[in-house]
Design a protein around this ligand. Structure first.
Ligand SMILES: [Zn+2]
Length: 269
């Protein structure tokens, strides 16, 4: 009887579609489920928060943290519109201690660390002459990486590949060795390029966040065109962690019909 019940439960599990696949609707994008998350989310977020504090301290020591009040206000206003829609993709995101800061540097870069720690470098705004819609596309794409836990996936991958990291130390001996292991994994995860799959998913969730917040999701395509054009002499640092691929703009445009109704609805309000 028990075996039968087990078999029944198992068949239910196999037959039932994954939640993400179950919500087939005319609007909204579809993204893949994360796998092999061996590092707990709480550890990832804690480690990211520590790195973020260090980064802010270093920038502040050089007088480069939030120096341009207008840029800071602009970036924070756009992020504030996008963030509330993140809960659709990660239920925990509503409880994250979100932070948005701007580093005064010509580097063309931006990121959102696990747990909602956003950093925008002034270089990406200025050298690409970003409109508000394009800036929303950058921030939305970055927020999407955090919501979809791509940092956690990369840290898990780093741990599994044993890049100077010991999984047992991580779980059972969270002394110095565990902490060091985690910091190394975090470092590897932050500096490695995202996979093509992660990039596509971040693009798609990004355009949905933009659309729901009332920013034109078509700006994601113009953003990537600008980024590619800027890649001539010295490629933007942004492209080293967010590799461009030929199909990117096509995939964004193919998904616009799924989010344009959301944008039209948001703009009408
Ligand atoms: Zn990316």
């Amino acid at each position: 009887m028990r075996a039968l019940l087990f078999a029944f439960t198992l068949s239910l599990f196999v037959l039932l579609p994954w939640p993400a696949l179950a919500q087939q609707s005319a609007t909204g994008v579809q993204v893949r489920k994360p796998k092999l998350m061996v590092v707990p989310e709480s550890m990832v977020n804690r480690s990211a928060a520590q790195q973020y504090v260090q980064m802010k301290e270093q920038a502040a020591a050089r007088g480069r943290l939030n120096r341009d009040a207008l840029a800071v206000a602009r970036v924070r206003a756009i992020a504030a519109q996008l963030i509330p829609h993140g809960r659709r993709f990660n239920a925990e995101a509503g409880d994250w201690a979100w932070e948005v800061n701007v580093i005064d540097s010509p580097i063309v870069n931006a990121f959102c660390m696990p747990g909602g720690k956003i950093m925008v470098f002034r270089g990406i705004i200025e050298s690409l002459q970003l409109t508000d819609d394009e800036l929303a596309a950058v921030i939305g794409h970055e927020i999407a990486h955090a919501l979809l836990q791509h940092g956690r996936a990369r840290m898990s991958e780093a741990v599994l590949k044993n890049v100077g990291v010991n999984l047992a130390a991580l779980y059972f001996g969270l002394g110095d060795l565990g902490a060091t292991a985690l910091a190394q994994a975090a470092q590897v995860a932050i500096s490695l390029p995202y996979s093509r799959g992660h990039e596509i998913d971040a693009d798609l969730v990004g355009i949905e966040l933009s659309a729901r917040a009332g920013y034109d999701p078509r700006a994601a395509a113009s953003l990537w065109r600008k980024m590619a054009a800027a890649g001539g002499g010295q490629p933007p640092q942004f492209l080293s962690t967010h590799p461009g691929h030929a199909n990117r703009i096509r995939e964004i445009e193919a998904n616009l019909p799924r989010v344009m109704p959301l944008y039209e609805k948001a703009s009408a309000q």
